[in-house]
Design a protein. Structure first.
Lengths: 224, 886
C-alpha cells in the first residue's frame, strides 16, 4: 500500500457564526502521521475535532497553515483533484454516518467504487461481503438505511470506507453510537488497516480508542 | 406557539397563499369576463327592431338553415300578407314603440325602348357618312351587363338585322320612310330619316322592371332614426282621396316626370275614369350599368343602282358577303331608371349629333305600374371548401333577362334573339292578376345612398327589408373579393334596390287588403341585455302571436359570414361554367346574443373548474406530505404523556389559522366573483376544509414502518442504477413530478379545447367577434392560471427533490464524487423523470385529443405544454450546481 504521509503545519480553523461573530476553532496545530499509524485526535465536544477531520480531507479550507499528503499541499489542488483524493486516497467517514436513503446497505458500500466502472464495482462487491460479515451486517445488506439503528448505520459507513480500501482513512467518531463490543471490533479493524501500511486518523472522544492509538493529538477547547 | 407544525408551517402558508391567490385570480378574471360580456351584449344586442311580424303561414326557413336567415329575409315574402287592420292592432299593444310595415307590392316596368344608330346624312350641307354608292351593312346590337374579372360580359338582349342606306339628294327628301333611301330587315331595323340623317332602330330592349315597396313613411323614419328616412318625406300627409285629380297632377314633379303628370291630368278630366293614383318616390339611379354594343359589318362589295333598288337585296345576301365587323358602344343605363327619357342613340362611325337631339329618338318610353308578388329563395345545406356555414340556393327555372317567361313575339319578329339573355330564376314572381290600371305619381326621388343604413355595420344589425344588405362577394382563386350584383330579372338570388316606394294606401291599391309582407316592431322601455328585457320582448311577441300572426324575435341576432353555392347561374353555358360558384354573404343568425352569452359563460366556468381543480390537487399533495412530517412530533408528544385528544386539539389549533385565511378568501370570492362561479368558490371552501381535516387525521396516525428493499433487488453497479434507485426511494414525489408534467400537458390541451369549443359555440357572428374581442384576453388568462396551478405541482416536487438531492449530494461529496460525476447521476434522474412524464403525459394528451375530438389544437397545445414542463425541469436542473459545502 503506497500511503502518503500526513503533515499538518500551523493549522488554523476559524468560522463566522450566524451572528457575524468570528470564532477561532483551532490555531497553530501541527502534527504528522506516517504510514502504519493510527492517530487519534481527541478533545472535548466543541474542541474542533470534526473541523480538523474535514480540513484533513479537503472538505473545508483552513484559515491558516498547511495540510499535505505525501508532500502535496491540499490547498494547491483543484476541486476535482480534492474529490479524487477523497475517493482514492483519503477515505472519509463523517460523524453522522450519512447513507443515501434510497440505496440498500450494500449499494451504499459500493458507492466509492462505482465511478470506476462495473468491474471495479464487482470487485468491491466481493470485498464488501467480507467487511459486512466482520461488522455483523451480512444479513442487513439488502436493507434500507431507514431500518437501521444508529450504530448499524455507523458500521455501514465504516464498512464503506474499508471496502474502498483507501490508503488513508479519516473517520469522525467511529465508535460514538456503538456498544463496547462493536466499538472494540471497529478499533481492531482500524488498527488492522494501519498495520497493513495505511494511515488512520480518528477524531474521537472515546478513551479506549485513544489508548489504542499510536499517537494522540489533544485539541484545546478554543471556546474557553 | 407552533409545536406540532413548526417544520411544515412555511410550506402550509405558502400553499394557503397560493390557493388564496388562485381563488382571487379566478374570481377577478371571472368577474371581469362577466362584466365585459354583459357590457358588450348590452351595447350590441339590439338592432333597429326587436320583433319581425309576418302572416301565420310565412316561413323564413330558419329551421332548415340552422337558425340563420338570408340577407333581406324581411321583404319579398310574396305569398301572403298582413292587413292594415292587423297593423293597427299591433300598434295598440302596450309596449310597442314602433311598428313599421313593409311590403313588396308591385313593379315599374320600362316598355317600348329601342336603341338606335344615328347616321349623318345632311343634303343641305352635303355632309354624309353614306358613300355615294350606298351603304349595306349587317348590324348586331348586343345589350350587356359588365362581367367581372375573368368573366365575359353578360348578355341581356341581342338583335340583328340588315340595313341599306343611300345618300339623299338635297332636292328630294321623300317621306320619312321611303325605301328608296333606306331599307331594313327585319322590320325592327327599318330606318327612318330626318333632315340631317337616318335613324336606324336596333330592335327593342327587354322590358326591365324594378320593384315597388310599400311602407308607412312616418313609422319608417321612426325606425331609421334621425339620420334616415328623409327621402320618404314626400309621402307624408298626402290626400286620402286617391282618385286622379288635378291636385295629384300638381304634386307630380313636372320637370322630371312629364308623362305621368300628363297621364294623371288626362285621367282627371275623364269624369268617368276613377283610375287610382299611387304616389311614390322614385329611384333616380340605374340599378346596373347597361351597354349596347353594335357590331357593324359592311358589305364587301358595292352595288349597282339596280341592285340597291331591289327590295330583296338584303335577304339575298349571306354572311360571307359582309366584312369583319367594327363596333361602337353606348351607355344605355338610363333605360333602367323609371319614368326616364333615356338617350339610347349611338353614332355611326364618323357621324355627328344633330342640333335637335330629340328628333333622333324613336322611343316613347313608357313606365307601367303593375302589382307583383315576389317569393323567397329556397336553400339546402352544402359544406363549403374550407368549412364554415354553407348552403346552396335552389334554382327555380329559366326566365328572360327582364324576368318574363316568354319572349315578346313582336320583338322576335323585329329581330330580337329569343334565346339571348336568359337567366336563372331563384324566386317566384306572380303578377297578381291583371294590371291594376293604377296611375303612378312620382312625387320625389332618392338614390341608393339614401337607402344605406348606418347601422348595417353594427354587430346587432338586422336587415330592414329594402334590399339585400351590402355584401355578396365572389371569392376568386386569387382571393380577390368581387361584388356580385343582382341581375335585372328581379328573381335573382339577391335583390336589387327597389325602383320606388309608396305608402300603405298605395300598397293597398296594388295588392289589396294585405299589402304588408312584414311589420318590424321595436319594443319600448328596453335598457340593456337583461332577463327582464328579454321577457318583455317575448311577452309582446306572444301578444302579437295571439292576433293570429307569426312573431319572430330578432333582438339578439347578428350577421355572420355564410358561403352560398349558386348553381346553374348561366343557363346558356355548359359544364361548370354554368355555376356562379361559391359566394360569400352575411346571413342573420337569430339568437346570437343568447348563444354568445351561454358559450362564453360556459367557457369561463370550465376554465375556472380546471384552475381550481389543479390547485386542489396541489393542496392535497401538500396536505399529505405535511401530514406525514407531523407524525414524529405527534408521536413525541404522545410519548411524553399528552393524551390523544389534547394532541389533536393542539394540531387543529395550529392548522386553524391558514385554514381560516383560505376560507376567508373563498368567502370573499363568493361575494366579488360572478354569480356563475359561486358554486365553485363554495366547493373550494369545502375542499379546503376537508383537506385540513385530512391533514390532521393523517398526521395523527402512527408512523408506518418503512418498507424494506425488494427481495432479490440487484446491487447498483453503475451511476445510472444509482439514479434509478434514488428515484424509486422517494416514489411519491417522483410520481408527483410525472403527474405534474402530465397535468400541465393535459390542462394545456383541455384549456385549448375548452377555449376553442367556447369560441365555436359562440359562433362566427359579428356579435361573437365583438364579445370575443372584449373577453378573449381574460379567457386566455384564466386558462393560463389553470396551467400555472398544475405547474405548481412541479414546483412542489422540485422542492422535495432538492431536499432529497441535497442530502445525497452531501454523501457523494464526502465520498469524493467529482461534481461532474454527481451531475451525471442528477442528469440521469432528470432523464428518467422526463421519460416518465412523456410516457404518462403523451397518452393523456392523446386521450383528450381523441375523446374530446380536440383536433390539431389539442395535440399541439398538449404536446407543447408537456415539452415546456419537461424542458423547464431539465433547464432548471442544469442551472443547479452540485458543490460541496465548506
Amino acid at each position: 500500500m503506497n500511503t502518503p504521509a500526513l503533515q499538518v503545519t500551523s493549522l488554523a480553523i476559524a468560522y463566522t457564526d450566524t451572528e457575524g461573530e468570528h470564532l477561532d476553532v483551532v490555531s497553530g496545530l501541527s502534527f504528522s502521521v506516517v504510514p502504519g499509524q493510527l492517530c487519534c485526535i481527541a478533545g472535548r465536544s466543541g474542541s474542533g475535532k470534526t473541523s480538523v477531520a474535514r480540513v484533513l480531507v479537503g472538505l473545508t479550507a483552513p484559515a491558516g497553515g498547511t495540510v499535505t499528503w505525501g508532500g502535496v499541499d491540499l490547498s494547491t489542488l483543484t476541486e476535482v483533484e480534492r474529490s479524487d483524493q477523497r475517493r482514492k486516497i483519503t477515505g472519509y467517514v463523517d460523524q453522522e454516518a450519512t447513507l443515501i436513503p434510497g440505496l440498500t446497505v450494500l449499494d451504499n458500500i459500493l458507492l466509492p467504487a462505482i465511478p470506476d466502472g462495473r468491474d471495479a464495482a464487482r470487485r468491491a462487491k466481493n470485498k464488501a461481503a467480507e467487511d459486512l460479515r466482520r461488522l455483523g451486517l451480512e444479513r442487513r445488506r439488502k436493507w434500507s438505511p431507514a431500518r437501521l439503528s444508529g450504530g448499524e448505520r455507523q458500521r455501514v459507513a465504516l464498512a464503506r470506507a474499508l471496502t474502498a480500501n483507501t490508503p488513508a482513512i479519516v473517520v469522525d467518531e467511529p465508535t460514538a453510537s456503538l456498544d463496547r463490543r462493536w466499538a472494540d471490533t471497529v478499533i481492531d479493524l482500524l488498527l488492522e488497516h494501519a498495520d497493513a501500511g495505511g494511515i488512520v486518523v480518528a477524531a474521537s472522544h472515546d478513551p479506549t480508542l485513544a489508548r489504542a492509538s499510536h499517537t494522540v493529538i489533544t485539541l484545546d477547547d478554543a471556546s474557553e | 406557539m407552533l409545536i406540532i407544525t413548526s417544520a411544515t408551517s412555511r410550506l402550509r402558508w405558502v400553499s394557503a397563499a397560493l390557493t388564496g391567490g388562485v381563488l382571487l385570480a379566478v374570481a377577478a378574471l371571472g368577474a371581469q369576463t362577466s362584466v365585459r360580456l354583459e357590457t358588450t351584449l348590452d351595447e350590441n344586442w339590439r338592432g333597429r327592431y326587436d320583433i319581425l311580424v309576418t302572416s301565420r303561414d310565412q316561413d323564413f326557413g330558419a329551421a332548415r338553415t340552422n337558425g340563420m336567415v338570408d340577407p333581406n329575409f324581411v321583404a319579398t315574402a310574396g305569398t301572403g300578407g298582413v292587413s292594415v287592420d292587423d297593423l293597427a292592432r299591433i300598434r295598440g299593444i302596450d309596449g310597442v314603440e314602433v311598428a313599421a310595415p313593409i311590403g313588396m307590392v308591385g313593379s315599374l316596368r320600362r316598355l317600348a325602348l329601342s336603341p338606335a344608330l344615328w347616321v349623318s346624312d345632311d343634303p343641305a350641307t352635303g355632309t354624309s357618312v353614306v358613300p355615294d354608292g350606298g351603304l349595306v351593312a349587317q348590324l348586331t346590337a348586343t345589350t350587356v351587363l359588365p362581367g367581372s374579372d375573368g368573366d365575359d360580359e353578360v348578355v341581356v338582349a341581342r338583335g340583328s338585322g340588315r340595313v341599306r342606306l343611300q345618300k339623299r339628294a338635297a332636292a328630294d327628301l321623300g317621306t320619312l320612310r321611303d325605301t328608296a333611301y333606306g331599307d331594313g330587315r327585319p322590320q325592327g331595323f327599318a330606318p327612318v330619316w330626318i333632315d340631317t340623317g337616318f335613324v336606324v332602330p336596333l330592335g327593342a330592349l327587354p322590358g326591365f322592371g324594378s320593384t315597388v315597396v310599400a311602407v308607412d313613411p312616418v313609422a319608417e323614419a321612426a325606425l331609421l332614426g334621425p339620420e334616415g328616412g328623409a327621402f320618404l318625406a314626400p309621402l307624408v300627409g298626402l290626400p286620402a282621396d286617391r282618385s286622379a285629380s288635378t291636385k295629384w297632377a300638381d304634386l307630380v314633379k313636372g320637370d322630371s316626370f312629364l308623362k305621368p303628370r300628363a297621364d294623371i291630368d288626362v285621367a282627371a278630366r275623364r269624369s268617368a275614369d276613377q283610375a287610382p293614383v299611387v304616389p311614390m318616390v322614385v329611384n333616380s339611379e340605374p340599378a346596373r350599368k347597361l351597354t349596347v354594343r353594335v357590331d357593324i359589318a359592311l358589305a364587301k362589295r358595292t352595288f349597282t343602282a339596280a341592285e340597291l333598288a331591289d327590295p330583296g337585296l338584303l335577304e339575298s345576301l349571306t354572311a360571307s358577303d359582309f366584312s369583319s365587323p367594327r363596333s361602337v358602344r353606348g351607355d344605355v343605363s338610363s333605360a333602367l331608371v323609371p319614368f326616364s327619357s333615356p338617350d339610347l342613340t349611338l353614332l355611326w362611325p364618323g357621324s355627328t349629333r344633330p342640333d335637335d337631339d330629340g328628333a333622333m329618338s324613336l322611343s316613347q318610353p313608357v313606365t307601367s305600374l303593375a302589382p307583383m308578388l315576389i317569393g323567397r329563395p329556397d336553400y339546402t345545406a352544402k359544406t363549403p371548401p374550407g368549412g364554415g356555414a354553407g348552403f346552396q340556393v335552389v334554382p327555380a327555372g329559366i326566365v328572360r333577362a327582364d324576368g318574363s317567361s316568354e319572349a315578346d313575339p313582336q320583338a322576335v319578329a323585329n329581330g330580337m334573339d329569343p334565346k339571348a339573355g336568359r337567366v336563372r330564376a331563384y324566386r317566384s314572381a306572380d303578377a297578381a292578376g291583371a294590371a291594376s290600371g293604377a296611375l303612378p305619381a312620382p312625387l320625389g326621388v332618392y338614390t341608393t345612398a339614401d337607402l344605406n343604413d348606418p347601422s348595417s355595420q353594427q354587430a346587432s344589425y338586422v336587415p330592414l327589408g329594402v334590399s339585400s344588405a351590402d355584401g355578396t362577394w365572389r371569392t376568386s382563386s386569387t382571393d380577390k373579393r368581387e361584388p356580385v350584383a343582382a341581375n335585372l330579372s328581379n328573381v335573382d338570388f339577391i335583390t336589387a334596390a327597389p325602383g320606388a316606394f309608396t305608402d300603405l294606401e298605395g300598397g293597398r291599391t296594388l295588392r289589396g287588403q294585405t299589402p304588408i309582407d312584414a311589420v318590424r316592431v321595436r319594443v319600448g322601455g328596453i335598457t340593456g341585455y337583461t332577463a327582464q328585457a328579454q321577457q318583455r320582448i317575448a311577452a309582446i311577441a306572444g301578444q302579437i302571436q295571439a292576433l293570429g300572426l307569426s312573431a319572430t324575435i330578432v333582438a339578439g341576432s347578428s350577421p355572420q359570414p355564410v358561403s352560398l353555392f349558386v348553381p346553374d347561374y348561366f343557363p346558356d353555358r355548359s359544364g361548370d361554367a354554368a355555376d356562379l360558384g361559391w359566394v360569400s354573404q352575411e346571413w342573420t343568425t337569430l339568437g346570437a346574443a343568447a348563444r354568445v352569452g351561454a358559450a362564453l359563460t360556459g367557457t369561463t366556468l370550465l376554465l375556472a373548474i380546471l384552475a381550481l381543480a389543479s390547485n386542489a390537487a396541489g393542496l392535497a399533495i401538500v396536505a399529505h406530505s405535511s401530514a406525514r412530517r407531523l407524525r414524529p412530533n405527534v408521536e413525541g408528544l404522545r410519548r411524553i404523556g399528552w393524551r390523544r385528544g389534547r394532541v389533536l386539539r393542539q394540531l387543529l389549533e395550529e392548522l386553524a389559522l391558514p385554514w381560516t385565511f383560505t376560507l376567508a378568501v373563498a368567502v370573499a370570492c363568493l361575494v366579488i366573483g360572478p354569480v356563475s362561479l359561486r358554486p365553485l368558490f363554495a366547493a373550494g371552501a369545502v375542499v379546503v376544509t376537508l383537506l385540513t381535516g385530512f391533514e390532521a387525521l393523517v398526521g395523527m396516525r402512527a408512523e408506518q414502518t418503512m418498507a424494506k428493499a425488494r427481495r432479490g433487488a440487484p446491487a447498483v453497479l453503475s451511476l445510472g442504477s444509482i439514479a434509478t434507485r434514488v428515484l424509486r426511494s422517494h416514489s411519491g414525489w417522483t410520481a408527483v413530478t410525472i403527474f405534474g408534467s402530465s397535468a400541465v400537458a393535459a390542462l394545456t390541451a383541455l384549456t385549448a379545447v375548452a377555449v376553442r369549443e367556447g369560441w365555436l359555440r359562440a359562433g362566427t357572428t359579428r356579435l361573437s367577434a365583438v364579445a370575443l374581442d372584449a373577453t378573449s384576453s381574460l379567457t386566455i388568462g384564466l386558462g393560463a392560471l389553470g396551467i400555472a396551478s398544475a405547474g405548481m405541482l412541479l414546483l412542489l416536487a422540485r422542492q422535495a427533490d432538492n431536499s432529497h438531492n441535497a442530502a445525497a449530494a452531501h454523501v457523494f461529496t464526502n465520498l469524493g464524487y467529482r461534481p461532474a460525476t454527481q451531475a451525471v447521476i442528477t442528469r440521469r434522474q432528470e432523464l428518467l423523470l422526463a421519460a416518465g412524464s412523456l410516457v404518462v403525459g403523451a397518452p393523456a394528451v392523446a386521450v383528450i385529443a381523441i375523446a374530446l375530438d380536440g383536433g390539431p389544437i389539442a395535440w399541439l397545445s398538449g404536446t407543447g405544454g408537456l415539452a415546456i414542463a419537461i424542458a423547464a425541469r431539465l433547464l432548471g436542473n442544469r442551472r443547479r450546481t452540485q458543490r460541496p459545502k465548506p
